[in-house]
Design a protein around this ligand. Structure first.
Ligand SMILES: *Cc1c(COP(=O)(O)O)cnc(C)c1O
Length: 234
């Protein structure tokens, strides 16, 4: 077994165990492998190990990786769901929309509008989006403030080329991730009362995914525990 295969299976075992401990079915949890800064060849390897959800946080890197895989005739490109999990610049919305299957980081009306405007207009061109919620006191961190999440949800619900799927957050570096994820859970519940189909909770990374599972996370974004340390960003 390769190191990558061993780490993937170890993490999947830990996910299953964390789910069982809180009486959840591991089958209802999607493990997204975050491949940022790693070469496209790693994505191909993950695909051959059965991974179908990958995450990227920079538009240029996402677009370049998809182009490289597509040029190589890789089934990985078509068969994978590409989750965009990084801060999104409004002017990159068109490129993000073309490359991503889901955007986890919608945190302002203007970004939602720009993603909507980038739609082809075809009725089946619908993009899954999540609202990124800021769980820190620092407004400079990405994400909508908790108290403003419902207003943003209402705004997104008015844009017919976007499908509101739920909420996403990163736990603050300092502090208890369980407390942060409990706050996210309550925002998620309020958003779901506006849009019953918005039942995704994207939370949990290498260092805190068991706490996220306990708080109801449906989508984990796990990088280094599976891929190994990230190469320096270029
Ligand atoms: C990099 C990243 C992750 C994965 O981080 P790890 O600690 O390597 O698991 C998850 N979410 C976001 C938004 C990221 O940028």
């Amino acid at each position: 077994m390769s190191g990558l295969a061993a780490r993937l299976s170890e993490v999947d075992g830990r996910i299953a165990e964390a789910a069982r401990q809180v009486g959840r079915d591991p089958g209802e949890i999607t493990r997204i492998v975050v491949t940022k800064f790693h070469p496209a060849s790693l994505v191909t390897e993950l695909h051959s190990l059965g991974v179908r959800d990958v995450g990227e946080n920079r538009q240029q890197e996402l677009t370049a990786k998809r182009a490289e895989l597509a040029a190589g005739g890789e089934p990985a490109d078509e068969e994978l769901r590409w989750h965009f999990i990084g801060q999104a610049q409004t002017k990159k919305s068109g490129a993000i929309r073309r490359a991503a299957s889901a955007v986890h980081s919608v945190d302002r009306d203007r970004l939602a509008d720009a993603l909507h405007r980038a739609s082809s207009g075809e009725p089946d061109d619908v993009l899954d989006v999540l609202l990124q919620v800021n769980l820190t006191d620092d407004p400079g961190r990405g994400g909508v403030q908790q108290g403003e999440a419902e207003a943003l949800a209402e705004h997104v619900l008015g844009l017919d080329s976007l499908r509101l799927r739920g909420v996403m957050a990163v736990a603050p570096l300092d502090g208890d991730p369980a407390a942060a994820f409990a706050e996210l859970r309550s925002v998620a519940d309020r958003v779901r009362s506006l849009a019953p189909g918005a039942d995704w909770i994207s939370a949990g990374m290498t260092d805190d995914f068991p706490a996220a599972i306990a708080a109801g996370a449906t989508h984990l974004r796990i990088g280094s525990a599976i891929t190994g340390p990230r190469p320096d960003r270029g």
